[in-house]
Design a protein around this ligand. Sequence first.
Ligand code: HDE
Length: 701
Amino acid sequence: MAEQKHVNENTKNEALQPYRKDADEKLTTNQGVKVNDTDNSLKVGTRGPSLKEDFHFQEKLTHFDRERIPERVVHARGSGAHGYFQPYESMAEFTKAKFLQDPSIKTPVFVRFSTVGGSRGSADTVRDVRGFSVKFYTEDGNYDLVGNNIPVFFIQDAIKFPDIVHAIKPEPDHEMPQASTAHPSFWDFISLVPESMHMVMWILSDRTLPRSLRMMQGFGVHTFRWVNAEGKSRFVKYHWKPLLGVHSNVFDEAQKLAGKDPDFHRRDLWDAIDMGDYPEYELGVQIIEESDEHKFDFDILDATKLIPEELVPVRPIGKMVLNRNPNNFFAETEQVAFQPSNVVPGIDFSDDPLLQGRLFSYHDTQLHRLGSPNFVHLPINRPVCPFHNNQQDGRMQMEIKTTRVNYSPNSLGENRPAVSSEAEGAYVHYPERVEGSKVRERSPSFKDHFSQATLFWNSLSPVEKDHLVAAAHFELGKVGDQGVRERMVERFNHVDHELAKRVAQGIGVAAPTQPVTKNHGQSSEALSQMNTTKTAKGRKVAILAADGVEAAQIMTIKQALKAVGVIAEVVSKFKGTIKSAEGQAIEVDKTFLTSASPMFDAVYIPGGLKSVEALKMNGEAVHFINEAFKHCKPIAATAEGVDLLQTSNVQDVAQLDKFVQDDQGIVATPSTDANEIAKVFINAIAQHRHWKRAHKDAVPA
Ligand code: HDE
């Protein structure tokens, strides 16, 4: 893509501008009165009583008392970032949306990633769907694409949303468990609502354990509509693909990370942007002609279905780059208000009953959460184009409207603000023809709840299948009610007989003797993470070291890793510096207390007799290696560093006395020249995990 020439000029949104300090920044009250002491309240004598006239105290405390607003009822925990979107080429053939016309225009965006079930303060790495919301500040108004990292949803009709969310959330009597679906009420609901089975398969898969927000996909989920300048409409499905590939943690790691660093994803995103390693996602669309609406064996209005990429390929249309961290979490990430009903000319809705319900619910929830219809004037929510209307007053009105005319039609104000024609850029809803009787019924075309759940299962690699079954054992293992567990096995039996038998084995339920239906045997490549982009870029390596380490080996590996966008950090017993064999001071980035192997993607152990002897005697260092080994991460060692591997469980799998370059991701050489292993190590990191690793289950880590 050619370097950007032309930035959308309409970016006068304060939230998008960096924070500037006043030259003379003094503490004042909110009235602008300078304050002489903010550490002592005003009292009679030094021992009190305190005085009511202390207006600074009162203002400080009353504001503090009101700092919290209701957290989002779902997706409460989120992380935001600014960036831009740039199309690869004009999409004029398909949509008149202005931000998709000119490849030289960068449209500013604000993105919020989130978990769904947990509270604002819950951990990042819980097993959960991730929200993927993008606000495009286009010259025709704001467009919100509010998606998830899973392409389908639990339910088909929005009226069931409160039910599924109540079932997911902590149980109402004791408010347990936090940020987890591993509890009876969730599985009770799921076992009674078969339409949820496809999404449940995704929930139990590695998709709900992303390694990084930079390494997960996004989906619009619903079928939307695009309309071009001639008024021709087509259906579209949106896909965001991360340029770093789609990668996950293993469940054990994710659980440990929730304690070791509950902000793991937020920190990873922040640090990457801070270092200039900007996360990038390609936007793709599946375009379906209106005449093809009914050609599939599922209904494209049913949000529990995806359109396999084999049937309709994903066409890449542009790229999003996240290049600026927010200045203020509350003002931006917390107050940002997404609404699927925020669309611009050229983008319209389908009749998906789940989408239709969302078009109401988001605006309603923002009114409650942000407390006033004027939330649209908050800097993060304001459009970058001019906006005028006769909406008036309301709590926290931030504009001082200067006209006496606030109705339409009017003659006193020359009938302004005036409506526009479609040719002048007005949004005109697509004139879809509809007819029918009012009914509370589900379309018969929404009836098949299992075929795509089976498609997903068939598409997974053996390792992904193992993870899914283990996740089901964990989740259902926390359900005391035998009836619910039995019903779930029965549901899994509709997906695949083998799957049902494997799940039953781990949860104390008799395995079903017969399949319910024959597995259709179809699969789709795009559904397995095994087929994703493999790159070492964006990964993090721990270098285990102590006094006496060979500094040259550290430097060589660090340089080689840096050249391919991998960060390396020195982990040792104490913070501060260690002294190399050559007498050089080496900065320690993390200690065995402030870090753990789940925070890294790979481990390297440099040589240096004294260093390795000290690490051998340190149980935490040996545990670090064993844990990385168990989680199938690459492990490299040079010179005496190899001896540390001999002390760990790694010795069981690898011939450590000679250079190893195997498919187990263990890279070791007796040589002191770290260059000998750099390339192989980087390749091993790019693989992400080495699932073929033998004996890993036996490792006590
Ligand atoms: Fe949401 N959803 N949702 N949802 N959703 C909310 O809006 C709702 C659905 C999604 O980062 C709420 O501002 C209904 C599907 C994301 O701020 C609420 C239905 C998808 C976010 C709401 C759905 C999503 C939300 C809570 C069924 C993927 C976070 C706070 C019809 C396409 C947005 C808020 C952010 C948030 C309602 C289903 C994604 C209550 C009624 C399907 C990413 O309005």
